[in-house]
Design a protein around this ligand. Structure first.
Ligand SMILES: C[S@@+](CC[C@H](N)C(=O)[O-])C[C@H]1O[C@@H](n2cnc3c(N)ncnc32)[C@H](O)[C@@H]1O
Length: 253
């Protein structure tokens, strides 16, 4: 996969993507990252990339032309068509399902705004999709782009040492992940649940499923809303709630 970063600070994203799973995936050649700076495509001694917003008011806006020329150069660098994403608080909120779809694309271009954002005409003409990483405002799109890069790259085949671990992560099947434990078994903060040490794989799988259902119900009920649970899942969730003295079963919601 190829990812192009269009930003006034492309080296910021490059550095964020230099560690751990993402750094390793790049070293293994599973993904290529290329930075593009619109300032390199701006004219004049000052290489101006921003100007005042029409209509008055505070803040500057990123200019159309340096960005347009930058995108032309980016497209010319590789014949593969790029899916252009503008990181924006006004975009669709990123979730794991969309991350999976993006991870399957051959080429992704991440456009990072600064100041008040990008001149709307460039967005309308060049952007395929706007994505937000949450309902808050960052000072620039680079952190958001780094988030997208990390989430997308770890799903590339061969990026994780154990590919199955991604399938068990939160949101993969619409639930949060179960809790995890490691050594030592006994600690002042508590004991590792007995079932996880039993070697009974069926019982462990059932426990994990129940914990995932219970956590999701407790912490993110929105993920369960409108979802038809199987009889087995409903029974597990009912038992989880009863154990915690919740009293009512999942069927009573
Ligand atoms: C200060 S923000 C501009 C905010 C814009 N005036 C608005 O209120 O919608 C500057 C840049 O940061 C990035 N950004 C800020 N918040 C973001 C978010 N939640 N998700 C993705 N990108 C974000 C965008 O690229 C944006 O162009």
């Amino acid at each position: 996969m190829r990812i192009d970063i269009v930003s006034l600070f492309p080296e910021f994203v490059d550095q964020c993507a230099g560690f751990g799973v993402v750094g390793r995936a790049r070293a293994r050649g599973l993904v290529e990252l290329h930075g593009w700076n619109p300032r390199d495509h701006a004219e004049g001694n000052y290489r101006k990339v921003d100007d005042r917003t029409f209509g008055g008011g505070p803040g500057m806006v990123m200019l159309v032309e340096p960005l347009r020329r930058c995108l032309v150069a980016m497209r010319q660098a590789d014949p593969a068509p790029a899916h252009v994403v503008y990181l924006s608080p006004q975009g669709r909120r990123l979730d794991q399902a969309r991350v999976r779809e993006l991870a399957a694309l051959p080429r992704l271009a991440l456009l990072c705004g600064r100041y008040e954002g990008i001149d709307e005409r460039l967005v309308q003409a060049e952007v395929d999709e706007e994505l937000s990483i949450g309902d808050y405002v960052l000072s620039g799109g680079e952190l958001a782009a780094a988030v997208v890069v990390d989430a997308v790259v770890r799903l590339q085949e061969g990026a994780l040492n154990d590919a199955d671990s991604a399938l068990q992560d939160s949101f993969e099947d619409g639930l949060l992940d179960c809790p995890h434990y490691s050594h030592p078994v006994e600690h002042a903060y508590g004991t590792v649940p007995e079932v996880l040490r039993s070697g009974n794989h069926a019982a462990i799988a059932r426990w994990r499923r129940q914990q995932a259902l219970g956590r999701t119900w407790q912490r993110r009920p929105d993920l369960l809303a409108g979802r038809e649970l199987s009889r087995a899942d409903r029974a597990l969730l009912d038992a989880w709630r009863l154990e915690r003295g919740d009293g009512e079963g999942a069927g009573d919601d």
